[in-house]
Design a protein around this ligand. Structure first.
Ligand code: ATP
Ligand code: MG
Length: 190
């Protein structure tokens, strides 16, 4: 259904555009615009639920290790988008019967959430580039995924982490799987 697809694409573009505007606003110093106390545990669980049908349609198992009651001063829309981008990738780049694991834990001064998959992984040589905007691994892989992307998901994710004073990192092994980790300071953005 063409019309349906066009609508899905339009909504996707709109949400990317929204995120970029919010990030720009935070970076221009008006960060409190969208910041408030956010229950990260609930937000993460909601994001997982949102993506669950996708994972199930692909025969993947989704495992949650979400510590309850973790709150943080943040922009909830942006955080949802960041988690959503990571989940989208984990599901998209993991074959049938694979597993996606989401973890949320509290450290002394940070909260950490990870999205781990048993998917196709990323070559060591490619790892330095994955956060670059518009970067996508080899064309074969891009074509193989039925949902073509822009190569923007991880760049946005990193900008969102940084806008909250945090960071995004990745560990991966080709053919084995990947783990993306977002670390956010509990004190909020500086
Ligand atoms: P978009 O997110 O804009 O729809 P995309 O998924 O291709 O498109 P990114 O999310 O920025 O873009 O990811 C960049 C590239 O990194 C992907 O094209 C893919 O090659 C690789 N990649 C990202 N996440 C994973 C993952 N979990 N497993 C394997 N490869 C990944
Ligand atoms: Mg993506």
């Amino acid at each position: 259904r063409l019309a349906e697809q066009a609508l899905v694409e339009a909504v996707r573009l709109q949400s990317i555009f929204d995120a970029l505007l919010r990030i720009a606003r935070i970076e221009s110093g008006r960060h409190d615009a969208g910041f408030r106390s956010v229950d990260l545990s609930t937000l993460l669980a909601d994001a997982v639920e949102f993506h669950l049908p996708d994972a199930e349609a692909r025969g993947q198992k989704v495992e949650n290790h979400i510590t309850a009651g973790l709150t943080l001063d943040a922009d909830p829309n942006l955080l949802f988008q960041a988690v959503s981008n990571l989940l989208d990738n984990a599901i998209k780049y993991t074959p049938r019967a694979g597993r996606v694991t989401i973890t949320l834990a509290r450290g002394e001064e940070v909260v950490t959430f990870t999205v781990e998959d048993t998917g196709i992984g990323i070559a060591a040589a490619d790892l330095p580039y994955v956060f670059e905007r518009f970067w996508r691994a080899d064309r074969v892989r891009s074509r193989a995924s039925e949902r073509g992307g822009f190569g923007l998901g991880l760049a946005i994710c990193q900008w969102i982490a940084q806008a909250h004073g945090g960071q995004l990192s990745v560990q991966s092994r080709l053919g084995r799987g990947s783990t993306f980790t977002v670390t956010l300071p509990l004190a909020g953005a500086p």
